[in-house]
Design a protein around this ligand. Structure first.
Ligand SMILES: [Zn+2]
Length: 120
């Protein structure tokens, strides 16, 4: 992880804690979250409202790359074309339809890919 990424994580957490704490500034601290990023150490004081908000924020996260699980290998890495990056099989009804159509395509199936994906 690059230093900029670590700085971004620390800054985001600091801002999150400050923002949520602003809604209940009188809440008592319940603990400290110690973060170590490279050679830096940051201690964020957590109140109960901040701790609950942090848990809710993490639990509510949905990765935009999450397209469910592969029906064949249960892998989590499905690409935009519903192809599993682990077992390389098409996933779901739409994936099966794409595979069927690609199998009937008379030309080079690689030509079906867009220029960005087909470029070396
Ligand atoms: Zn798979």
């Amino acid at each position: 992880m690059a230093r900029e990424d670590l700085d971004a994580v620390l800054a985001a957490l600091r801002e999150f804690v400050a923002e949520v704490h602003g809604f209940a500034p009188d809440a008592a601290p319940v603990g400290t979250l110690d973060l170590v990023a490279g050679d830096r150490r940051v201690a964020l004081e957590l109140t109960a409202p901040v701790a609950r908000a942090l848990v809710a924020a993490l639990a509510g996260y949905h990765d935009p790359r999450d397209r469910g699980r592969c029906e064949h290998c249960q892998g989590r890495r499905l690409d935009d074309n519903f192809l599993c990056l682990d077992c390389h099989r098409p996933n779901g009804v739409f994936g099966a339809m794409l595979a069927e159509r690609a199998a009937r395509y008379p030309g080079d199936p690689a030509s079906l890919l867009g220029p960005a994906e087909g470029a070396p």
